[in-house]
Structures are given as structure tokens and as C-alpha cells.
Design a protein around this ligand. Structure first.
Ligand code: MIC
Ligand code: SF4
Length: 643
């Protein structure tokens, strides 16, 4: 039996476990990336492990999320990360150099290698045939120290692409079409592999748009073959030597196959407030638009920006629209500046932002009240834009640009003939915003620069024999990490200060939660399906840990969040019978009378509702390794005990 692309890379990097679906596997990690919003914590954790120099082939720290610097906090974090990088052997991508996933694809990613990143959109690297996975900061810290990264061996999904996109239909429309089929939880426990004749019609940036937004499927990762198109991209980046060919065997076996005929696709939008709430632009045509934002790690490549500039050239942004554009990297920005495309954007009335995440994570550009905002981004969760009642639609750069001109939802196919925009034969290469680490012999003299906002990892404790705690919060389905630990300009500067940031935990759902949980001392959160979808931010586990949350009892979990809970020593429990969700109310006193024994013996966990008298079972799906982590009180304690 042949192998899929992902199975080939896994096989090459397997350090423990069997390649059978559902088993716990350990992978050797070649590359890591962090960004600043998760990075400070990841480097605090790395320091706690006491390993002098990273053991990966390449580790890069990007500054791209917290670039607003409205107080000293973000700049202090940047300085801290820069000093850690210098000392411990990590490359440092300065603020202004671009969004981590875009820059990593351009300058560092390599086909056939493994990459984990403390950001859920790390799968962008799948666009050049990497096995690139989003992880918690602590997992990345462990990988930098040479430790394996553990996942559950996923199922394999093949998306078979046939035909060719019609003019003005975009890679974004492909992934929106996949989301329409699979939904935001359809990819959990799966790797999505793209294949078929249609693959060769797509450039690397287009492939990367698709693998990037595979995160919204809940998938472990997504991957494209590495082929002549990949080679040409790497060559144009001056690094053809990084190319290796990679494709699935003809007799590779997939658990699921999805057919997408590219020729039949049309421009789509993900409507508020979920990336899988898909409509055609035709259905929305004529609806008034207040804001358009173009950029983010999904759609800010040179190709995307050139298509946008082409549409805007010689035209004017509608009076009712505020158009913001953030090129994804310094490379893209600089090329647009040199070839005149930037001038076309400015002339049309675009507001040009720095190369960073910006509005995607609520760092500025929050829309007006009830404002309709068309964004080329990947997430439109309620409130994420910074405007609670903002109506965010996720669309292609082409749809965004043309709608900015007309002021209403507009199908870009009205533009007639396709724009002839070629991939450059040579990108502008200038890595002067990437700072190399100090040589080993100088590392001891490098001082780590810490600001007053940088606080320690919260206190953990080993699993107790029993737990008696009340339900401090009850939430429904599809709770995102943006609900659990909101971001945005006011809260992101607190990412290195868990006591402070925890005051904002779950306030989107219930403003009283932080104070209530703290007053209770220990408590349990109850939730529905796909709990914790979205980002990799471990703060969505660390803030509850700080507030005394001992267990989270839900119908099902999203992958990265479940693993962040385990790393933080919080019990991830699922209802054995989903109906039991109805048997708990806010404030009920719950008891897990024999939890430690049950966990240690891989048995279902008994849950008693002392308030109502109900009793039922919950599951705690753990491997031998994650069981030991939970019993130890989290991954840091486990790592210390086992080193
Ligand atoms: C996001 O898109 O939600 C983020 C911000 O990039 C997060 C990381 C974070 O919260 O810092 C992610 O996707 O993992
Ligand atoms: Fe940044 Fe947005 Fe991409 Fe997250 S999704 S890495 S916030 S651009």
C-alpha cells in the first residue's frame, strides 16, 4: 500500500508510536516559528527548561501581532524576545518584516520538512509541501529544546481538484468551498491533502492561501505536493537548493475524498460569524459595504496585492468605504513600492498599513457599529474585529477590491477579461530585517532584557484524588479561543502577564466570569461541541488555570485547545452521553469523587451533580503520555520530572 504526502513526511520523522489512525505519535521537528503574541510565553517556558541552545535546524521568532505599541508593553516584549533569540540560537524577524506565515513561506520553509509554530495558521507551509502544524507555545518550546511533538495520527482526506479557476475566481473561493463541504469541525483529527490535475494550475501563494485556511476546518494540517511550481517559487526566492519533489503514491489510501471542480466555482463569502457560513457573492450583491480590509496571512502575497492594485488602478474608493491594505511582508511591500503598484493603491484612496496582522486580530481598524466589513482574512468570529456587532465577511482579494470601488458587494467577474499577472521570476531578496543569533561562544555574555509586564508562568498542581468544584460557566457550541481569551489592541499587550490578562477571560460571554471563578477558588467549565476552535493561544488555557479552573467538560474539543489544556494540567473531559450536558446549570456543585484513580487506569470519569443529585460518566481521551502529563499537573512539571 502506498503513502500519502503527509504519511511520507511523518514516516521520515517518526520517533515514537505507530502510523495507525488514532495512535499517539511523536515527530522530530526540523523547524519552529513563534510570533510575539504567543512567543513571550513560549520563550519564558523555553527558559524554564534550561536548554542553552535550540536543537532544531531552524527556529525563527516573528514580531507581527503586537505592533501597535500603545504603551511600553509590546515594545518590551519585542526586546525580550530579541534578546532570547540572540542568546539561544533563534533567528529574529523584526517588526515590519512581515507576517510570520508569509515570511516563513518566502524565506525559510522547505518541502518535506516538519514545522511547528505557536500559531494556528502555521499550516500555510503546506503550500510548499511541508508538514506544518499549529501548536501551543509550550509544545514549540519543547521542540526547540529537541523534544518530539506529539499528535494523534490523523485520518487522511484527499481533496481532488479538477479543472481550472475561471477569471476572477480565486484560491480563497476554493478553501471557502471546502469549508462549505466540511464545516469548521469537519477537519478535526484529519490531514487534508490536495491532489489531482487542478493542482498544477495553482501557484504557491494560491496553494498557501488554501492550506492557511485549512486551520478553519479544524484540521491538523493541510498539504500540497511539492512539484515544478514549488521549484520555480523557491528558485525565484533564490533557494532552489531547498527543493525536493514530493507527491502521494498512486495507490495511497485516503479515508475520505472530496471532489472540487475548479471550473465550476464562483466567488464566495463566509458570512458572520463563522468561516463556514458560506454564500455566493451573487446572493449578497448590492448590499452596502462600510469597510474593506485586504491582507493577513491568508491573502497578502505579491500575487494577491498585484491583483488588487490592478483592480484599483486609475479608480477611486467609494465614499462610503474605508479601504485598508496591509502587504504581507517587507518583500511584498518593497516590490509594490518599486513597481508602482503601491502608488496605484494610494492614488485610489487606500489606507496603507504596515506589514503585520493588524485588523485581523483587532489591532486597529475596528469597523463602525454594525459595520459591514469585507476582509480577505480567515476568521470572522463575533467581536474579533474589536466591534462586537461588526458584520465581518471573508472574501477573496478580487471581491474585496472591486467592492471597495463600488461600495456594495460586487462579483469581480463583472470586470471582464482576467488580469494577466505573472509570478515574478525573481523576488526581491533582502533579509536585513532578520537578525541572526549570536555565535555559541558569545551566547553567555548576552543579557536577557525583561520588562515589568513580563510575569511568570502560573502556578500548577498535580491532579488530586477527587475534585469538588462548582460550574463557574456554561457555554454552547463552537466556542472559539477568541471567546475564551479575547485579543485586540487593549488585551494583546497583556499576553506576557497572565494575572492581568485573566481579568478578560470569557468576558465576551459573561463579564462576571473572571471575578466569579477567582472567588470560587476552583471550578469547572461546561461547554458544547468543538470547544476551543480557532487559535493556538495557550492563554486560553493559562488564564483559566490561573483562575482555578480544574476541568473543562464539553461535548467535543478542537485539537490545539485540548492539547493546551492538557499542557496546563486542566482536565479535558467530554460527556459520554451528550444529553448529560442538560443536567448541569451554572452554579451547580460538581464532584469527581475518584478522578485520579479513574484517569490513571484509563477509565471513564464519574461526575456527580451534588446540587441536583444526577450522576453520569465523562470520557477523558488521553494517551499514556498525556495521562502522565495530566497527573503531573501539566507539561512543564512533567518535563521537569522526566528530565
Ligand atoms: C489568530 O489568528 O487567532 C492568532 C492571533 O494568530 C492566533 C495566535 C494568538 O492568539 O496569538 C492563532 O491563530 O493561533
Ligand atoms: Fe496574524 Fe491574522 Fe494570520 Fe493570525 S490569522 S497569524 S492574526 S494575520
Amino acid at each position: 500500500m502506498g503513502y500519502t504526502i503527509a504519511q511520507k513526511i511523518i514516516k521520515e520523522h517518526l520517533v515514537s508510536g505507530e502510523m495507525t489512525v488514532g495512535s499517539d505519535i511523536g515527530l522530530r521537528i526540523d523547524q519552529t516559528l513563534t510570533q510575539d503574541a504567543t512567543g513571550t510565553m513560549a520563550y519564558i517556558e523555553y527558559e524554564a527548561m534550561g536548554i542553552p541552545r535550540v536543537k532544531t535546524e531552524k527556529s525563527v521568532a516573528y514580531i507581527d501581532h503586537n505592533t501597535l505599541q500603545t504603551g511600553f508593553e509590546n515594545a518590551d516584549d519585542h526586546r525580550f524576545i530579541q534578546s532570547v533569540c540572540k542568546k539561544h540560537g533563534i533567528f529574529f524577524s523584526r517588526p515590519g518584516n512581515g507576517i510570520c506565515h508569509q515570511v516563513h513561506l518566502e524565506r525559510f520553509g522547505k518541502p518535506g520538512k516538519t514545522l511547528i509554530g505557536s500559531d494556528s495558521h502555521t499550516p500555510t507551509g503546506g503550500g510548499i509541501g511541508m508538514l506544518a502544524i499549529g501548536a501551543g507555545g509550550l509544545d514549540v518550546a519543547v521542540a526547540m529544546g529537541g523534544g518530539a511533538y506529539y499528535i494523534t495520527m490523523p485520518k487522511m482526506v484527499r481533496v481532488n481538484l479538477t479543472g481550472k479557476l475561471s477569471p476572477w475566481v480565486s484560491a480563497k473561493d476554493i478553501i471557502l468551498a471546502v469549508l462549505r463541504v466540511m464545516s469548521v469541525k469537519g477537519g478535526v483529527g484529519k490531514i487534508v491533502e490536495y491532489g489531482g490535475e487542478g493542482v498544477k494550475t495553482l501557484t504557491v501563494p494560491e496553494r498557501a492561501t488554501i492550506t492557511n485556511m485549512g486551520a478553519e476546518l479544524g484540521a491538523t494540517t493541510s498539504v500540497f505536493p511539492s512539484d515544478e511550481t514549488t521549484r520555480a517559487f523557491l528558485k525565484a526566492q533564490g533557494r532552489e537548493e531547498d527543493y525536493v519533489e514530493l507527491s502521494a503514491d498512486a495507490d495511497a489510501v485516503y479515508d475520505e475524498v472530496i471532489e472540487i471542480d475548479l471550473s465550476a466555482l464562483e466567488p464566495l463569502a463566509a458570512c458572520p460569524h463563522s468561516p463556514d457560513n458560506i454564500k455566493t457573492i451573487k446572493e449578497l450583491e448590492g448590499k452596502t459595504v462600510d469597510q474593506v480590509c485586504i491582507g493577513s496571512c491568508t491573502n497578502s502575497s505579491y500575487l494577491d496585492m498585484m491583483r488588487v492594485a490592478h483592480i484599483l488602478k486609475g479608480k477611486k474608493v467609494a465614499d462610503n468605504v474605508s479601504l485598508a491594505i496591509a502587504p504581507g511582508s517587507k518583500q511584498v511591500f518593497n516590490m509594490l513600492a518599486l513597481n508602482g503598484a503601491l502608488g496605484d493603491m494610494i492614488a485610489a484612496g487606500a489606507r496603507i498599513l504596515e506589514s503585520a496582522c493588524g485588523p485581523c486580530i483587532g489591532m486597529g481598524q475596528s469597523p463602525n457599529s454594525k459595520g459591514v466589513s469585507l476582509r480577505t482574512f480567515n476568521r470572522n468570529f463575533e467581536g474579533r474585529s474589536g466591534t462586537k456587532d461588526g458584520q465581518i465577511y471573508l472574501v477573496s482579494p478580487e471581491t474585496a477590491a472591486v467592492s471597495a470601488l463600488t461600495g456594495v458587494f460586487t462579483d469581480p467577474r463583472c470586470l471582464g477579461d482576467a488580469a494577466e499577472i505573472e509570478m515574478p521570476e525573481k523576488f526581491l531578496i533582502n533579509d536585513n530585517m532578520v537578525i541572526a543569533p549570536a555565535p555559541v561562544e558569545e551566547m553567555d555574555s548576552v543579557e536577557i532584557l525583561r520588562g515589568p509586564n513580563i510575569k511568570e508562568y502560573p502556578e500548577t498542581s498535580p491532579l488530586t484524588d477527587s475534585i469538588e468544584a462548582s460550574c463557574s460557566l456554561k457555554v454552547g457550541d463552537n466556542i472559539t479561543t477568541d471567546h475564551i481569551m479575547p485579543a485586540g489592541a487593549k488585551i494583546l499587550p497583556l499576553r506576557s502577564n497572565i494575572p492581568k490578562i485573566s481579568e478578560h477571560c470569557f468576558t465576551v460571554c459573561d463579564p462576571e466570569f473572571p471575578a466569579r471563578a477567582k472567588a470560587l477558588g476552583k471550578s469547572i467549565i461546561v461547554g458544547g461541541e468543538n470547544y476551543g476552535q480557532g487559535s493556538s493561544r495557550e492563554h486560553a488555557a493559562l488564564a483559566p488555570l490561573y483562575l482555578g479552573v480544574k476541568a473543562v467538560l464539553v461535548k467535543s474539543f478542537a485539537r490545539i485547545h485540548k492539547s493546551n489544556l492538557i499542557n496546563a494540567g486542566i482536565l479535558p473531559l467530554t460527556f459520554k452521553d451528550a444529553e448529560d450536558y442538560g443536567k448541569i446549570k451554572l452554579g451547580d456543585m460538581l464532584e469527581l469523587p475518584d478522578v485520579k484513580n479513574e484517569i490513571a487506569n484509563a477509565q471513564d470519569v464519574t461526575v456527580k451533580n451534588l446540587t441536583t443529585g444526577d450522576a453520569f460518566k465523562a470520557e477523558c481521551e488521553l494517551s499514556d503520555r498525556t495521562r502522565a502529563i495530566i497527573i503531573a499537573g501539566g507539561l512543564l512539571d512533567y518535563t521537569k520530572e522526566n528530565s
